[in-house]
Design a protein around this ligand. Structure first.
Ligand SMILES: [Zn+2]
Length: 182
């Protein structure tokens, strides 16, 4: 996402007004299992950074980019989401964190751990987690199922769909500003 997160504005299908920027990605700050921990217990039960989240020392999550090709767009659309890894995989990923060439490692298995709006049951999707070169978050590839999100990742979407996603999210009270899902 070297070109900045947003591109030209769009006339919104929800409010009918012109929004000056069209987000090409939306991200979530924490994995879903973190969000279900009572607020007062969160601090003591987790280790959390912008890239990793460990709960109770035994649930391991990393953040990645679930990219969706945009057929008529300048670059892919991306969901900034979280996946869970086995302890073994997680330790390997941490060991490789600063390793130049980590992108040559085979992918890791992970469960999608983000409940994306607009899609049902994203908490039951299997993924492959591909490490990418330094400073790039892992690329999350869904298993090729018939889930609508997997179909979109496989076949790509159009800019019209990107505008539709933005129009829905920006008005549901779940995006507290462009690019960020509360
Ligand atoms: Zn609008």
């Amino acid at each position: 996402m070297d070109d900045g997160p947003n591109i030209d504005g769009f006339v919104c299908g929800t409010c009918g007004k012109f929004h000056p920027e069209l987000p090409m990605d939306f991200a979530v700050d924490t994995p879903y299992p973190y969000l279900v921990i009572p607020v007062e217990e969160r601090k003591s039960r987790r280790y959390l950074t912008s890239d990793v989240c460990v709960i109770d020392g035994k649930e391991f999550h990393i953040r990645g980019c679930l990219e969706i090709p945009v057929i008529d767009g300048p670059r892919p659309f991306a969901w900034g989401i979280w996946v869970s890894l086995s302890e073994k995989s997680f330790k390997q990923v941490i060991e490789l964190w600063d390793y130049n060439g980590r992108e040559t490692e085979p992918p890791y298995f992970g469960w999608l751990c983000t409940r994306l709006p607009l899609y049902s049951d994203t908490g039951i999707l299997k993924t492959h987690v591909h490490l990418r070169p330094f400073n790039k978050r892992p690329l999350i590839e869904l298993e090729p199922t018939d889930h609508p999100l997997a179909i979109e990742q496989r076949n790509g979407i159009t800019m019209a769909r990107v505008r539709e996603i933005a129009a829905a999210l920006l008005h549901r009270g779940i995006a507290d500003g462009p690019n960020h899902l509360a």
